[in-house]
Design a protein around this ligand. Structure first.
Ligand code: PLP
Length: 473
């Protein structure tokens, strides 16, 4: 492609993107497609000759777009948001254009140093302990795996890295029963074995019970296991329950366990001083992860991972073959030694663009508004006699179900709510997801896009009520 053509197409795409920002609402949130619908429109083999860009764009519009779910649609209330923003998109364009591979300082000095500075900014913005250092990882899942590997190497004195598990005691990992799936997955991959992940009961707010944690640790010690690591959730995925960070941390200190905090979604709320009750005791942690790609308006992927002990981190991951040695290795951070992958994208650029465009106060204002809207919705739900909240709402995720008058068993209510969610999502007007709390089928509603306003949530909530009441008639 000639640069003159590139210029023209890039301008067209700039317009395409701006139109999409303005019109995303006109798409069905979830596309009305069946498995295989998209693939069957794509030829079984690649073209032998190159095709014109216009044709490519036409197929993009006609085949690909009708098969996309629209995560930035104002009626997207499912999972946790994966936010983007205009400055983040612009930075991604530059990152793609430069096409750098930022595995070490030598291969991209500015990328490495900007990442270092942005992580220092984030550490300050979230009031994390001053001595911590951080790097960007691809996902919270990857960061948690890194933490589990650090825990393993700390307790084994780097034995497992060198000699494998042979002759090691059985190491145990602890997390709440509302643990995110990335923790059992990491426990498997890191070699602990999923049987050695001990799930700790939670209180009526779905937060881990520290006394139950200590009980489990003592029981394991009595049975010859070696407790190694605790993962606390600062905001569970089901209901944003906040595990008590300080009491868990004190137990970790007492038994010398590695302490990882998974704040994938809710960590962003620590930008707000009034929300820092959630992180009280965080200085007791060994590592902490949160996702700017969830609620901080930075395109996926961008995960911020912080550790207290840099030596332990690089000691776990550093391998230096001849072909990667450079003359300045001692003076710089080489992020290839801070995680699993060697090659790295220039992800700090979008973070820098986002933080500078909105400023700390701009980010805080948006988060406060999202939390206010979440609280408003919770209050609205409480006013309706045929709906009920199923969990506290510390932030902007609201967990509820429909419970019409009449004699319904729990099973019937579960089926009714499942049916409700299904009809809502099939309408293409809204997208919600579910969880189970105390065995109850629970509808989750969360909204935190950069442009979210109360009217969006009002509209979604109106649709939920209408469809629920139609269902029972
Ligand atoms: C979303 C989430 C994760 C996983 O995040 P990825 O970046 O997609 O790996 C982990 N833990 C919690 C609590 C989450 O909400």
């Amino acid at each position: 492609m000639h640069t003159s053509d590139f210029r023209r197409y890039a301008r067209q795409l700039a317009d395409w993107m701006a139109d999409y920002f303005e019109n995303v609402e006109q798409y069905p949130v979830k596309p009305p497609v069946q498995p295989g619908d998209i693939k069957k429109q794509l030829p079984p083999g690649p073209p032998l000759q190159g095709e014109p860009f216009e044709q490519l764009m036409a197929d993009f519009d006609n085949i690909i777009m009708p098969g996309m779910a629209h995560w930035q649609h104002p009626q997207f209330f499912a999972y946790f948001p994966a936010t983007r923003s205009a400055p983040s998109v612009l930075a991604e364009m530059l990152t793609a254009a430069i096409g750098a591979q930022c595995m070490i300082w030598y291969t991209s000095p500015a990328a490495e140093e900007l990442e270092e500075r942005c992580m220092e900014w984030l550490r300050e913005m979230l009031a994390l302990p001053a001595g911590w250092v951080g790097a960007i990882q691809e996902t919270a899942s990857a960061a948690t795996l890194i933490a589990l590997l650090m825990a393993r190497e700390r307790i084994s004195g780097f034995h497992i890295n060198q000699k494998g598990w042979h002759g090691q005691p059985r190491l145990r990992v602890y997390a709440s029963e509302h643990v995110h799936s990335s923790i059992p997955k990491g426990v498997r991959i890191a070699g602990y074995g999923e049987e050695n992940l001990v799930l700790i009961p939670t209180d009526e707010n779905f937060a881990m019970l520290p006394e139950k944690l200590e009980e489990a640790i003592r029981k394991d010690l009595g049975q010859g296991y070696q407790p190694a690591c605790v993962v606390a959730a600062l905001g569970t995925t089901s209901s944003t329950a906040i595990d008590p960070i300080r009491p868990i941390g004190e137990i970790c200190r007492k038994y010398r366990l590695f302490y990882h905090i998974d704040a994938a979604y809710a960590g962003t709320a620590l930008l707000l001083p009034e929300m820092r009750w959630m992180s009280d005791g965080i200085e007791l942690a060994d590592s902490f992860v949160f996702n700017p790609h969830k609620w901080m308006f930075t395109n996926f992927d961008c995960t911020a991972f912080f550790v207290q002990d840099k030596q332990l981190l690089t000691g776990t991951f550093s391998i230096l073959p001849e072909y990667l040695k450079t003359p300045i290795d001692r003076q710089v951070n080489n992020y290839r030694d801070w995680g699993i992958q060697l090659g790295r994208r220039f992800r700090a650029l979008k973070l820098w663009f986002v933080i500078r465009t909105y400023g700390l106060e701009g980010l805080q204002a948006r988060l406060r508004e999202h939390i206010r809207i979440g609280q408003w919705l919770a209050a609205e739900i409480e006013k309706e006699p045929d709906f009920e909240l199923l969990a506290p709402v510390p932030l902007n995720l609201v967990c509820f179900r429909y419970r019409p008058e009449g004699d319904f068993s729990e099973d019937e209510l579960n089926r009714l709510n499942e049916q409700l969610l299904q009809s809502l999502n099939d309408s293409g007007k809204i997208l919600l997801t579910q969880t189970k709390l105390n065995g109850k089928y629970t509808i989750r509603m969360v909204s935190g896009q950069v442009e979210t306003i109360q009217e969006d949530v009002e509209r979604g909530w109106r649709l939920v009520r209408e469809m629920a009441r139609e269902l029972v008639g």
